[in-house]
Design a protein around this ligand. Structure first.
Ligand code: SF4
Ligand code: SF4
Length: 415
C-alpha cells in the first residue's frame, strides 16, 4: 500500500498541476505526453472563464456544475495519484460507495450513459438533474481531482479563441491524452498483477445481461464482483498499485503508451449501443459505433494530427481583410462582473449575430495596443503584407501575428 508513497519524490511534480500555456493540466502530462507539446504556443482561451462562467451567466447552465454534467472516465493511475491528497482519497471512497469504480478507474455504467444521451437529446447538457460528476465539490464549484482529471476535462473549453481551428486543435490533444491514459491504465494493471484476460472475459459475459449491470448510481454489485475478481475489497490498493507502476517508470511513459495495445470488450461495447432506446440513437457519437478491429492507433500517430491542427491555429492566409460589420469595439465601462474580470483591458470586442442586432453573441476584452491594430482594418480592407507588418501600431503589439491569426479564426476580421 505504501509503495507509491516510497516512489514519490518530495513535492512530486505528479501531485501538482503542470502549466501548458496559461492553463493548468495534470502534473503527469509532463511525463506521459510528448515533450514538444510544452514548447507550443497554446491559445489562451480567454472566454472560457470558468469561475465566472459565461454559460452559467447567459446560457442557462447550472451555476454549481456548469459543464461538469457528465461522468468522465478517469484512469486508475490518476485516481491512485489523487489518493495521495486528502480530498482525492475521499473522491475514491465516494466512487467506491456509488459503484462507479472498476479496475480501469472511474467508469460510467451503461444506464448512466443512456442518461447522458437523454440529456443531449433534451439539450440538457449543463442543466442536467441526473448526470452530475461526483468529483465536483458543490460548495465551491471546484473539481476535487483537478490536478488528476482526465484528458476530456483538461482540454474542454466551451468557447475557443480560435473558433473552429481551436476546436480542431483541442480535439486532437484530447484524443491523444485519452489514448495515452487508456494505454497506461491497462499497462499499469498488468504491472500490478491484475489479470486482464479474465477482466475482458468478464465484460464479454456481462454483455449478455446488459440491462442488469447498472443500478441508478453506477455498476450493480454482481457486475463489480466479476470485474474486480480477486481484487474485490482491495480496490483502492489496486488504484495505488497502478499509480506506483506509472511513477516507477516516469521517464518511459510515452514509449510505454506507444507500445501498449489497448484492449476492449467488443461484445460489451456492442451490447451497450444496442441497449440505447431507439429515440436516443441519434445522440450516439459515430466513434462509439466504430469497431477498431483490434487495432490500436498509436499515440505517436495522433501526435502528428495534433501538430497538423496546431499549424492551422496560427497560419496567416493571403487576401485583404476588414473588421467584420457584426463587430463593434467599445470601451470597458467596468460596471458588470464580466467588465471587472477584464479590468486590465480598456476595450471590448462586441460580436453580434448580425449587423445592427441588439443581442450580443459574445464579447472579449482587449488591450489598447490590440485595439490600435484592429483600427487599421476599420472601413477599408487591407492585406497582411509588409505595409501592415511595418506599421508602428502593429510593431508596438507583442505577438502581433498571433493576434491577427486569432482575429481571423474568430471572424473578427473577414475577407
Ligand atoms: S469550460 Fe465549462 S466552466 Fe469553463 S467557462 Fe466553459 S462552461 Fe463554464
Ligand atoms: S472530474 Fe472534475 S473537471 Fe471533470 S467533470 Fe468531474 S468535477 Fe468536472
Amino acid at each position: 500500500m505504501n509503495e507509491l508513497k516510497a516512489l514519490l519524490q518530495k513535492d512530486d511534480p505528479f501531485l501538482r498541476p503542470s502549466r501548458l500555456g496559461s492553463h493548468n493540466f495534470p502534473g503527469i502530462w509532463t511525463a506521459m505526453m510528448p515533450r514538444e507539446l510544452f514548447g507550443l504556443r497554446i491559445p489562451e482561451e480567454r472566454r472560457a472563464t470558468c469561475m465566472n462562467c459565461p454559460k452559467a451567466s447567459y446560457e442557462g447552465y447550472r451555476a454549481d456544475y456548469r459543464c461538469c454534467t457528465y461522468h468522465p472516465r478517469v484512469a486508475n493511475f490518476l485516481l491512485g495519484l489523487a489518493s495521495e491528497t486528502a480530498v482525492g482519497d475521499r473522491v475514491l471512497d465516494n466512487l467506491l460507495d456509488r459503484g462507479m469504480l472498476i479496475p480501469e478507474g472511474m467508469h460510467y455504467a451503461p444506464a448512466q450513459w443512456v442518461d447522458y444521451l437523454d440529456d443531449l437529446q433534451k439539450d440538457a447538457f449543463g442543466r442536467s438533474e441526473k448526470v452530475l460528476c461526483p468529483n465536483l465539490d458543490q460548495s465551491t464549484g471546484y473539481c476535487n481531482i483537478h490536478a488528476f482529471r482526465n484528458s476530456v476535462c483538461s482540454t474542454f473549453f466551451c468557447y475557443k479563441d480560435h473558433g473552429d481551428a481551436g476546436d480542431g486543435f483541442w480535439d486532437q490533444v484530447q484524443v491523444l491524452g485519452s489514448q495515452v491514459e487508456m494505454a497506461l491504465g491497462q499497462w499499469a494493471l498488468q504491472q500490478a498483477g491484475f489479470n486482464l484476460d479474465q477482466y475482458f472475459k468478464a465484460f464479454d459475459k456481462l454483455a449478455k445481461n446488459i440491462h442488469k449491470v447498472s443500478v441508478r448510481d453506477g455498476w450493480q454489485t454482481e457486475a463489480r464482483e466479476s470485474l474486480w475478481g480477486s481484487w474485490l475489497g482491495r480496490e483502492k490498493e489496486l488504484m495505488r498499485a497502478c499509480a506506483a507502476a506509472v511513477v516507477h517508470e516516469r521517464d518511459n511513459l510515452w514509449e510505454i503508451a506507444n507500445s501498449q495495445p489497448i484492449r476492449e470488450s467488443v461484445p460489451f461495447d456492442k451490447a451497450m449501443v444496442k441497449a440505447v432506446p431507439k429515440r436516443l440513437e441519434d445522440q450516439i457519437d459515430p466513434e462509439d459505433l466504430e469497431d477498431s478491429g483490434g487495432e490500436t492507433v498509436r499515440p505517436s500517430v495522433i501526435w502528428q494530427d495534433v501538430m497538423k491542427a496546431y499549424w492551422k491555429l496560427w497560419d496567416l492566409p493571403e487576401g485583404a481583410f476588414v473588421v467584420n460589420p457584426k463587430v463593434k469595439i467599445a470601451d470597458n465601462a467596468l460596471q458588470t462582473t464580466q467588465d471587472q474580470y477584464y479590468q486590465d483591458k480598456p476595450y471590448f470586442i462586441m460580436f453580434y449575430p448580425r449587423k445592427g442586432s441588439k443581442t450580443l453573441d459574445w464579447k472579449m476584452g482587449i488591450t489598447a495596443a490590440q485595439k490600435a491594430v484592429l483600427d487599421l482594418f476599420v472601413g477599408t480592407a487591407r492585406e497582411l503584407d509588409t505595409t501592415l507588418l511595418t506599421n508602428p501600431a502593429f510593431k508596438a503589439l507583442e505577438n502581433g501575428k498571433n493576434f491577427l491569426a486569432e482575429m481571423l479564426r474568430r471572424k473578427v476580421l473577414v475577407a
